[in-house]
Ligand binder design. Sequence first.
Ligand code: NDP
Ligand code: PYC
Length: 338
Amino acid sequence: MTDTVQLSLPEVHELAVRVLRHNGMSDAHAQAIARVIAAGQRDECHSHGVYRLLVTTHTLRQGKVSGTAEPIVRDRSPAIVAVDARFAFSQLAFEVGSKVLAAKARQTGLAAMAINNCYHFSALWPEVEALADQGLAAMALTPSHAWVAPAGGSRPALGTNPLAFAWPRAGHPPYVFDFATSAAARGDIELHRRSGQPIPIGWGVDASGAPTTDPEAVIQGGAMLTFGGHKGSALSTMIELMAGPLIGDLTSLDSIALDAGKGGTPCHGELILAFDPDRFGLGDLQGDQDRAERLFSSITQQGARLPSQRRFEARARSIAHGVQLSRALYSDVLALLR
Ligand code: NDP
Ligand code: PYC
């Protein structure tokens, strides 16, 4: 027996829907979440692919997150749409609200969507990429749980707080980056723990504040670290403020307090911004796009790669051949159907 299992992309989607439906989720939520999980696995984003079924099901079984609440969309102003996820997962709220966000961005040039009261576990690139596919530039930011120490400290105060950006390109996939403002995503540290592997120095400290390579020491009583020292720390704090108090929602400190040690998915808000290049420019859209393309070429022509290039290559492979899951993960996921 091999250590891996080969699945087609429709099989990954169907497995995710089956697990989520079996654990009490409505079809609308299960389908929206399965789309994001299958996309994560397809693009070989292992910390936010099928592995997330373990985390979402754990959270569902705790009974805190709603598996059925329908999001409520509120038109707050010409440039702001707010979506109340009503303590369900965020994906359906994004799908429903992003249509309004895109329409507003086309009307006003710049529009914002606040998603409130959502349980949030996913990567942000599917969201900004979906907006770029409609010709919009986009940014997304969200807090998580307070697992990360600020630069100069050793106790958790910040979340792993991802920031994603997408820029639409004619004839190419969009330019997209999406990263945690911690040195590594929490999901990566959890995957190292699952496979018994040490983590690199710089990802976290133990309970005494000393640098460690032991993922368990970081998770149990230690703290993760931000990327880029004080710069990552300030960026992460900005994300707390913009996707927390600015939109009337929780910080990562609030989210982990709400969790009360249950180890569930973070619960807070998310802020998504969409920009229409047609409205911002001075009337020479083609010239603007050409200048952007020259910038991308100056990066790639010296052998550097654009962010998401690895993902897009993985996507092409997965579409052609399906994906490989570790057998251990596959059996843990099948166990969720019992
Ligand atoms: P990575 O460090 O793996 O990647 C960050 C970005 O940098 C990606 O866009 C990646 O593109 C790009 N990149 C990586 N290496 C290079 C390189 N050599 N040259 C150019 N670009 C490069 O991401 P993280 O581990 O920080 O985050 C992983 C995911 O976790 C994200 O999708 C994030 O949204 C998610 N997350 C979600 C949270 C939540 O609360 N919902 C919290 C924290 C993280 P590529 O993918 O092509 O390698
Ligand atoms: O990997 O840091 C992470 C994370 C937090 C919430 C969802 N993913």
